[in-house]
Design a protein around this ligand. Structure first.
Ligand SMILES: O=C(O)C[C@H]1C=CC(=O)O1
Length: 96
């Protein structure tokens, strides 16, 4: 199942810079692991913001919840999720 996930990061201003850098580094490693595993198919920065638009390819809602809630930045993000299905006019062969 494909989901569009939009994440907006809001770190508390009082968080020490070293702690923020540590969380971001752990987040990056986890995000790249999920991309290599084919679970996180697209990761795009929304220009001009600390937000991303992503496409996840997971078994079901429960797997999406597990992957997203394990993100180190999860406590500091506003997240919105939209389920996707194949468009009848799409010629993309790798669409689900
Ligand atoms: O920077 C972000 O958009 C938040 C998050 C998503 C992947 C990652 O490495 O950090």
């Amino acid at each position: 199942m494909l989901f569009q996930v939009e994440m907006t990061v809001k770190l508390p201003p009082e968080m020490p810079a070293e702690r923020a850098a540590e969380i971001k580094a752990t987040e990056k490693a986890y995000a790249q692991e999920l991309q290599r595993a084919g679970k996180w198919r697209h990761l795009w920065r929304v220009a001009g913001s600390y937000s991303n638009v992503s496409i996840f390819d997971v078994e079901d809602n429960a797997e999406l919840q597990e992957l997203v809630s394990n993100l180190p930045l999860f406590p500091y993000m506003a997240i919105s999720v939209k389920p996707l299905c194949r468009h009848p006019s799409s010629i993309c062969e790798d669409d689900a």
